[in-house]
Ligand binder design. Structure first.
Ligand SMILES: [Zn+2]
Ligand SMILES: [Zn+2]
Length: 199
């Protein structure tokens, strides 16, 4: 089966979860390369074109295919100053997301199905997800994972704990799990070490 995609595009799309059948169907629809996804533009449209596609796969494909400007990606330099000051505010509004819905941290409005990380809230216009700072590489961004190094974010309140574990040589991917698995007492011990390290 041949499609107009380049070998690299095919491999990337398959890595995102598309099947040969999906690739062929996209080709039949007239999609012949990464640039054509810009015309599709949203998860919703992609799902209308490929109704049997998994929503998460569609989101991953569009996250890759669309220029980052179209996803409303924040400019890190403009945000980094706000991140520290805004951290407390974000914490108060922090909402636990269920796996398939995202709620705005500012106004709690439920975001639409085609919401993708970095989108602005349709209700209040602020970025729907909190901006977190990566304990590993220091990059700030919305969502649950660092877009620069792939680390899973820990909540801002526990960032100092993650930074301490990193200094102590804990592997990147082990840090969030380690913090989650800790009881209150263990965390208090760790906080004690964070405070001492600041002196
Ligand atoms: Zn909102
Ligand atoms: Zn990172």
């Amino acid at each position: 089966m041949t499609t107009p995609f380049t070998a690299l595009e095919r491999n990337i799309l398959k890595a995102k979860g598309l099947s040969e059948q999906h690739l062929a169907a996209l080709a039949d629809l007239g999609v012949s390369g990464r640039a054509d996804f810009a015309s599709i533009g949203s998860c919703e449209t992609l799902l209308e074109l490929l109704p049997d596609l998994n929503t998460e796969v569609a989101a991953r494909v569009l996250n890759w295919a669309l220029p980052s400007a179209a996803l409303g990606e924040p400019v890190p330099s403009a945000l980094s100053g706000e991140t520290q000051a805004g951290a407390a505010m974000f914490l108060q509004g922090l909402v636990v997301n269920s796996s398939d819905s995202t709620y705005c941290v500012h106004c709690q409005a439920k975001q639409p199905k085609d919401y993708s990380v970095g989108d602005l809230c349709l209700n209040c216009g602020l970025q729907a997800e909190p901006i977190e700072t990566c304990y590993w590489c220091g990059t700030s961004g919305p969502g649950r994972f660092c877009r620069t190094c792939g680390a899973a974010f820990v909540i801002t309140a526990e960032l100092p704990l993650a930074l301490l574990l990193r200094r102590e040589g804990v592997a990147k991917d082990d840090i969030p799990a380690k913090i989650r698995a800790m009881g209150e007492a263990e965390k208090q011990v760790l906080w004690g070490r964070v405070r001492r390290s600041r002196r």
